[in-house]
Write a new protein. Structure first.
Length: 579
């Protein structure tokens, strides 16, 4: 509508002053209604968004309750300011107190659940949070008590101009509600400074969203002591809704649910004990209590304040905890697996807690590893049994291998071992340049012994001869039974003269033996042939053949003698005299 002078209207009759006042009041009331209708729309939408995150997320449920309480608060104030009858406006009073109570209680629960998602309010806290709003809601509408709540509030004032004046009960209600809010704000400040990283971020966002309406409502409450004031708190809740909505939808507020440290420690199956700098127990979890009760039944339930050495045992602690600081001034971590009681094994780890370079206590974590130790002991026992069985098998294998190269009657080596040993000795003689002598021994007229006295007597004679042959050997020599009554001695490093001398010694000792036989006694003699490997190197077969030819000459020359293969027709006495 065009005008040239603010005080004069063109083209029509100017309205009266009363008309302009009524028109302005109407426009003002409409603006207030629209403003107060916007706040619950914003906070209600954010409440729905928070409610969608409620599954497994207790803080989201608490935030939804807070936002719904704010929505009810805004609607109630809108009813009081709306262009309606006084009776309708008065109906908004109970809704104000119920909504304020829900907002304050939900805000306190949110601050607690943010750090402890498993927290549940106790009965006395529920009563404190619900009884007062209900009582104020009732007293605000009763004719006898309504003035005690809102004093001289004029509900006939134009729309948007209802000046709310607080009575004594409203003052008590304000103090009561601010106690809840202050409690929650202090907790959020602490979480914002010292909480887990995810908790710090969430607490700071909630603080930012809560401060504008808190300060606005505080100004409103202080203004109610005089002529009254219009409650503009719901308008500040628009800021709360916008900040919380942005945090939920854009930054994922409350999507990450923190796990309370206390709940983790309380539910751990490992025992956790906290001791101060002098070793007194100042905290422990249920698992640690159960372990102490099992290990020290006489300790009793009162363990806080008692020395850990008294409860667990000083000897056990000395095996785990290092004494004093390390060389660099820091306190070491102690760890050991100990048998705390017969059949009870514990893995104990102790970590020092220091502040400003000074140890202020220790955190000790105890794990029951009895089953693991028993399994390990079983494995060690099985491993030992297996090792013993393997050793037994090795011994049996060695025995079988030895039996395979032993003559079962005399215990001397057999022809198979003789061939292998002789080849090895000849190979070494080529490398070392040392001689190898072979002595082939045969019992004279042994067939007659078997024929006259039986094979048992013959076997006894052979065993006696074998014993004398074995007794006359030195380290490195080999004595073998070549077959029947024939024996072979392999003498590495012996030249012809030494071999003949040793053969003669054996011949003499066997000849001196007296064998008891049925009907009397018996003596036997030996014949021996000696051959020494030539410097050019004889083969095993050639060396044995030469020794055999020398033995044949000893037999032909009358038996009971030693003949060297190198001197045809000469007996041992001849060879020794020439040597």
């Amino acid at each position: 509508m065009p005008f040239s002078d603010p005080g004069r209207w063109e083209g029509e009759t100017p309205p009266s002053r009363a008309g302009r006042a009524a028109m302005g009041s109407h426009v003002q009331g409409t603006v207030w209604v629209l403003a107060f209708a916007l706040a619950p729309v914003v906070t209600g939408a954010v409440a729905v968004a928070a409610w969608r995150h409620r599954h497994g997320n207790p803080p989201a449920r608490a935030l939804a309750v807070v936002l719904l309480g704010i929505s009810g608060w805004c609607l109630a104030v809108g009813v009081v300011l709306a262009p309606s009858a006084p009776a309708v406006r008065a109906a908004g009073f109970p809704l104000i107190f119920l909504s304020v109570g829900a907002t304050a209680a939900g805000f306190l629960a949110l601050s607690r659940l943010l750090a402890e998602p498993t927290w549940r309010p106790r009965r006395h806290l529920v009563l404190l949070a619900s009884v007062e709003p209900v009582l104020l809601a009732v007293t605000s509408v009763l004719p006898a008590t309504t003035d005690l709540v809102f004093g001289r509030t004029d509900l006939t004032a134009p729309a948007g101009a209802v000046q709310m004046v607080g009575g004594p009960l409203f003052l008590l209600h304000s103090l009561y509600s601010y106690a809840f809010i202050a409690w929650a704000l202090v907790r959020l400040v602490r979480l914002g400074r010292r909480g887990q990283p995810v908790v710090r971020r969430q607490a700071r966002v909630l603080l930012v969203s809560a401060l504008p309406p808190t300060l606005g409502n505080l100004v409103f409450t202080l203004g109610m002591r005089g002529e009254g004031v219009v409650d503009l708190t719901p308008l500040f809740f628009i800021v709360t809704g916008l900040v919380a909505g942005w945090a939920i939808l854009r930054t994922g507020l409350l999507e990450l649910v923190p796990v309370a440290r206390d709940q983790v420690v309380e539910t751990m199956t490992d025992g956790v004990l906290v001791t101060d700098e002098v070793g007194r127990v100042i905290d422990l979890n249920p698992a640690a209590r159960r372990m102490l009760a099992a290990l020290r039944p006489g300790a009793g339930p009162a363990v806080l304040g008692r020395p850990l050495a008294e409860l667990a045992g000083a000897d056990l602690l000395r095996t785990v905890l290092p004494d004093g600081p390390a060389a660099d001034g820091t306190y070491e971590t102690g760890r050991a697996v100990v048998e705390a009681a017969p059949g009870c094994w514990l893995d104990v780890q102790s970590v020092p807690v220091a502040s400003a370079g000074r140890r202020i206590g220790r955190v000790t974590v105890v794990r029951d590893v009895t089953e693991a130790q028993l399994r390990e002991a079983d494995l060690r026992r099985l491993a030992q049994q297996l090792a013993e069985q393997v050793a037994t098998v090795d011994r049996l294998r060695a025995a079988v291998a030895e039996e395979a190269v032993r003559d079962p009657l005399t215990g001397l080596h057999n022809r198979r071992h003789l061939d292998r040993t002789l080849l090895h000795a000849l190979a070494r003689s080529v490398d070392d340049g040392l001689p190898v002598a072979v002595v082939l021994v045969d019992v004279d007229r042994f067939k007659s012994v078997n024929d006259r006295f039986g094979h048992a007597t013959g076997d006894a004679v052979l065993c006696a001869v074998a014993a004398e042959l074995r007794a006359g050997t030195r380290s490195g020599d080999t004595v073998a039974r070549a077959g029947g009554e024939e024996f072979v001695l392999v003498l590495p490093g012996a030249d012809e003269a030494e071999a003949l001398a040793r053969a003669e010694t054996v011949r003499a000792r066997v000849g001196a033996l007296v064998h008891v036989v049925p009907g009397g006694v018996l003596t036997v003699t030996l014949s021996a042939g000696v051959a020494v490997a030539r410097s050019g190197g004889d083969g095993a077969a050639e060396l044995l053949s030469r020794a055999d030819r020398a033995l044949y000459r000893a037999k032909s020359g009358g038996r009971d003698r030693v003949v060297a293969a190198g001197v045809a027709g000469a007996d041992v006495s001849d060879v020794l005299s020439t040597a």
